[in-house]
Design a protein around this ligand. Sequence first.
Ligand code: FES
Length: 80
Amino acid sequence: MEYDVEYLKNQTSINYDKTLCYCKNVSYRDAYKAIADNKLTSLDEVVDKTQASTGCGGCKERILSLIEYVKKNEYAPLDL
Ligand code: FES
């Protein structure tokens, strides 16, 4: 199952072991930390930090959803 913004909005936590970007093997944990630690707000910033989305590009929507999710969490650090 994919995480989209509507799904994430209703979650208090997500499975951070799941893979966000298959081409670059970036997990939700890696991406969340990159976004939260650096207060990233755009897809390009996440791409720069993680290299996610530099393969097939199929994970762009997941990255955008995760950015919204981390923003909703007010960039709270991830201790998992
Ligand atoms: S799944 Fe992320 S670039 Fe292909």
